[in-house]
Unconditional design. Sequence first.
Length: 302
Amino acid sequence: MARKVLLIDDDRLQFALTKQQFKAFVSGDYELEWRETYKEGLSELLSGDYAVCLLDYRLGERDGLELIREAIEKNCRVPIIFLTAETGSTVDIEAMNAGALDYLVKGEISPQMLERSMRYALKLGDTLEALRRLATRDQLTGLLNRRMFDEILHEEIERSQRFDRPFSLILVDIDHFKNVNDTHGHLAGDVVLREVARRMDKKARSVDRVMRYGGEEFAILMLEGDSDVARRLADGVRVSIEADAVPTGGDLVLPLTISAGVADFPRDANGANELIAAADKALYAAKEGGRNRVVTFRDISA
């Protein structure tokens, strides 16, 4: 399948020239699309449909540096190659500092140079994406990690305060998980963690954030929902895990249960630490109450 390339340039002649250069490429299958304004270009770039972007410096009253910064602010991950007709200035340094992965001077671009730059940008983009994943994802389960939990929780508290919208935190713990590791070994324990993560992620809504909190504990940030809604989600997760034992290799199949504690913001807490503490108290109550159950902070504070 051809990889889509976006050219953002207010000069139609540059589009025609770039199309001709693409025809001279030695390898790779690319499909070039063109947008001539800042607004149209940014919209297309943020769609995520492109493998790489060729971006002109001059775009009418606004410039490509501004577009790069705005795109990156909005979490754009498309590799950008910066194009300019200017030489002997600091534009190249400014472009790289803004987030471009390469820089080409228009009058000096050959098909070989453009193809090489695109291959470089694609490879470097893949490497950076892999590094981002390592920084934000738990290696074992693939869920968001504790670092991202802390970051997203603070963002959601700010959003909730700004728009007066509640959200809930669910803390989940695998019951008697230590026995799995002690009796069947850590490889079996890893299988259990991955399977619990998969079932949690499957039950959660697309807008929710499922994360590995640490060890055998997981967290779900349930957006736009109070503890009553979150309790139903948590109980759905509990039932899905209890219903089917987990095959861990060979003839070993392990029955599992979970306990969960639920708290919501802002009713149960004024900040991040208070919300975590409230959900943790509810989780402790679920375990003290016999495990394999969901308890809300409201249940124990009423």
